[in-house]
Design a binder for this molecule. Structure first.
Ligand SMILES: COC(=O)[C@H](CCSC)/N=C/c1c(COP(=O)(O)O)cnc(C)c1O
Length: 559
């Protein structure tokens, strides 16, 4: 892909045309003294901070944040008087009784059903299990990769106790010899994947297919003339435009042909497979085609005996059966609203006809494969899903949900009796307020409202594209400027275009990317920005933003 690199945007201290945007409190005002601050000093600093943040909140367009905090202060302010900590497993009350686990369970079961899974029943291995995140989807995605890595590398499943050993061990030590690829999982994700994945695979010491390819199979990459890329290429643009035949001009979803070829290579070497698919990608808002990936990879998994693997543990006395693949869906953004778009598509009363069919992504995806001369195979293909609570739903701070199934849960590394519960999550202390916020949001937004908001967001995205084309036509005529590179991936709730001036980037908190559109060609560098059309984005807000783009100095001179 084009090299993505950041540039220091020299953002002026004050916005030139609007000398009145409330600045944040100064460092001097915020300086924390040993003597503390007087009530007047505290009030002055906090008042100024509130004014600044409220102005920025009302002008935030560039990030996936729903600015609507309706009702939280009124409904939930009283919970700020209590430290609520959901330490340990959400479905085990534990020793710290000041917890909101009953609320967390209600939220988890809501998402299990929304994503076509079964609410948690400990004895039902096909039912869902999950937990409320104390960070955002970065935590959930990291947990998913950790769970997948240990599941596929033969660590002990939840319930496969080994009384004589508190430390985590492999199901069967000789299975996990260094040269045994059967327990060396490899992870695949596309070049449009959120940067937190590069961080997560480092934390987990989990090799990407590129790293493992360069180490074990140098110059044998089945795509790209033998050279291993680090990420799966994203799809090329549908256009036949000759000099735009690079994924940088594409929709931002994964190239399924290349994914299948790469997975087939490693599965053929015996490696278990981890795939993370984006569902509402960070810059282009694209949806990886989960259904197509699942349907096309099932035969590959079947061919390489990755559907049912037998593991032994307890000195060979016992056996378990597991998959040799894990499909994770990073639904940080899309898992929150696409289910409602699908409902709108099905119900004519919403008058919504999507540009393309609303894609599937969840636990309801079952793929079938009928190998010649063998019994047909039908499998549920998605092993885990993550959603951020602070993106589509609009929580006041980072939070979210990780969801998998009981059959994939691992034995935790230790059993800290003093928390009175299994340590089945990533964090120690866990935010007990976030489940209450998500519960309040869901309780206040029945399906009908959610469907309307999801359709509104689609309409606002289409509206912004229309308005940007008007700006482009005006500027070409008036200032003889180049195009604004306006683009929107089908069904995406984000629109991308030429980066405006530093002042406007700061005013509207735009997220920007500078990239070489044609690899190695500095002449093809584009400075782009995007706007996310969230449930809280109004037409008035879009109009105010678009008005700014008509100004003579709204865009930097084309360098
Ligand atoms: C540049 O924009 C971002 O980094 C935003 C987070 C900021 S907006 C809330 N996206 C985070 C993100 C993440 C990480 O989610 P968080 O940890 O909740 O920020 C995972 N997956 C996808 C597809 C994402 O887009």
């Amino acid at each position: 892909r084009g090299d993505v690199f950041t540039e220091d945007l020299a953002v002026p201290e004050q916005e030139i045309w609007n000398p009145y945007p409330p600045a944040p409190p100064t460092a001097e005002q915020l300086k924390l003294k040993r003597t503390g601050l007087t009530p007047a000093e505290r009030a002055a600093a906090l008042d100024r901070l509130a004014a600044h943040l409220e102005y920025k909140r009302d002008h935030l367009l560039g990030y996936q944040v729903n600015a609507n905090m309706a009702g939280y202060a009124e409904d939930l302010g009283r919970f700020l008087r209590t430290h609520i900590n959901n330490i340990g497993d959400p479905f085990q009350d534990g020793g710290l009784k000041v917890n909101s686990k009953v609320v967390e369970q209600a939220v988890l079961n809501y998402f299990a059903e929304l994503w076509r899974g079964k609410p948690h029943v400990p004895a039902d291995r096909e039912s869902c299990w999950g937990y409320g995140l104390s960070m955002g989807s970065t935590e959930g995605n990291m947990y998913a990769l950790w769970n997948a890595r240990d599941y596929l590398s033969g660590r002990r499943l939840l319930g496969e106790e080994e009384s004589d050993s508190a430390s985590l061990t492999y199901a069967d030590p000789q299975d996990a010899t260094p040269d045994n690829t059967a327990y060396q999982p490899v992870v695949f994700y596309s070049e449009d994947t959120h940067y937190s994945f590069n961080k997560s695979v480092r934390v987990l010491n989990l090799p990407t297919f590129g790293e493992l390819g360069r180490k074990l199979y140098p110059k044998q990459c089945p795509i790209n003339d033998g050279i291993w890329p680090d990420e799966v290429p994203s799809a090329l643009p549908g256009t036949t435009h000759r000099d735009e035949q690079y994924s940088t001009y594409g929709p931002g979803s994964i190239d399924v042909d290349k994914l299948v070829t790469l997975v087939d290579f490693f599965a053929g070497k015996g490696h278990p497979i981890i795939i993370s698919l984006n569902f509402g990608s960070t810059f282009k808002g694209a949806y990886d085609p989960v259904r197509e990936v699942a349907d096309r990879l099932l035969p590959v998994f079947h061919q390489h005996k990755l559907i049912d693997r037998e593991l032994h543990y307890g000195q060979g006395r016992k056996t378990d059966h597991r998959r040799g693949f894990w499909i994770h869906v990073d639904g940080a953004l899309g898992a929150g609203y696409v289910p409602f778009l699908a409902k709108a598509e099905k119900d004519p009363k919403y008058g919504y006809t999507p540009d393309v069919a609303v894609p599937e992504f969840d636990f309801g995806i079952r793929s079938r494969y009928a190998p010649t001369g063998a019994d047909p195979v039908e499998l549920d293909m998605v092993a885990s899903i993550v959603v951020s609570g602070h993106k589509w739903m609009g929580a006041p701070w980072p939070c979210g949900i990780f969801m998998t199934k009981v059959k994939y849960q691992m034995q935790p590394p230790s059993k800290p009796d003093y928390i009175g519960s299994l340590d089945t999550t990533f964090a120690g202390s866990r935010n007990g307020f976030s489940p209450i916020v998500l519960w309040d949001h869901i309780a206040s937004n029945p399906d009908g409202k959610q469907i309307s908001l999801a359709v509104h967001s689609q309409r606002m995205a289409a509206y912004l594209v229309e308005q940007l084309h008007k700006v482009q036509a005006y500027r070409q005529l008036k200032f003889n400027e180049d195009t604004l590179f306006i683009d929107r991936t089908p069904l995406a709730i984000t629109v991308r275009f030429r980066r405006p001036s530093a002042r406007l980037v700061a005013k509207w908190s735009l997220s920007t990317v500078s990239m070489r559109m044609n690899p190695g060609d500095d002449g093809s560098i584009r400075h782009l920005a995007h706007v996310f059309l969230m449930a809280s984005t109004t037409q008035d807000k879009i109009d105010a933003f678009v008005t700014d783009l008509y100004a003579y100095d709204a865009f930097d001179a084309i360098d």
